[in-house]
Ligand binder design. Structure first.
Ligand code: CA
Ligand code: CA
Length: 105
């Protein structure tokens, strides 16, 4: 049951990032926009801290308490995007995640 709730939380958490199937071009421009929003210190990499701050700000705007997230959910979401596990999300990793979100047909 806990896993189910976590999965739902993860989906809700990723929803604004991975809202719709994206073509390569769309994914690229969306990744760029997301990077601008999340990369507070402009080092071209989104740290877990920056990611958490951004997600918290987003969650704070949600009225449904189910949309509020647990720290481990944020960490999992971060881990899914940070493919090379260097502790930062690069533009490429973000773009790949956006592309990967394309629903299988
Ligand atoms: Ca950064
Ligand atoms: Ca990385």
């Amino acid at each position: 049951m806990k896993t189910r709730k976590l999965t739902i939380g993860l989906c809700l958490l990723l929803a604004p990032l991975f809202a719709a199937p994206a073509s390569a071009d769309e994914a690229d421009s969306r990744a760029q926009k997301q990077m601008k929003k999340m990369d507070a210190n402009r080092d071209q990499s989104v740290s877990l801290e920056e990611f958490t701050t951004h997600r918290r700000a987003w969650a704070a705007k949600q009225t449904d308490p189910e949309m509020r997230m647990q720290p481990d959910v944020v960490q999992r979401a971060f881990g899914r995007v940070d493919r090379n596990r260097d502790g930062g999300i690069s533009h490429d990793e973000l773009r790949e995640s956006l592309k990967a979100s394309k629903k299988p047909t």
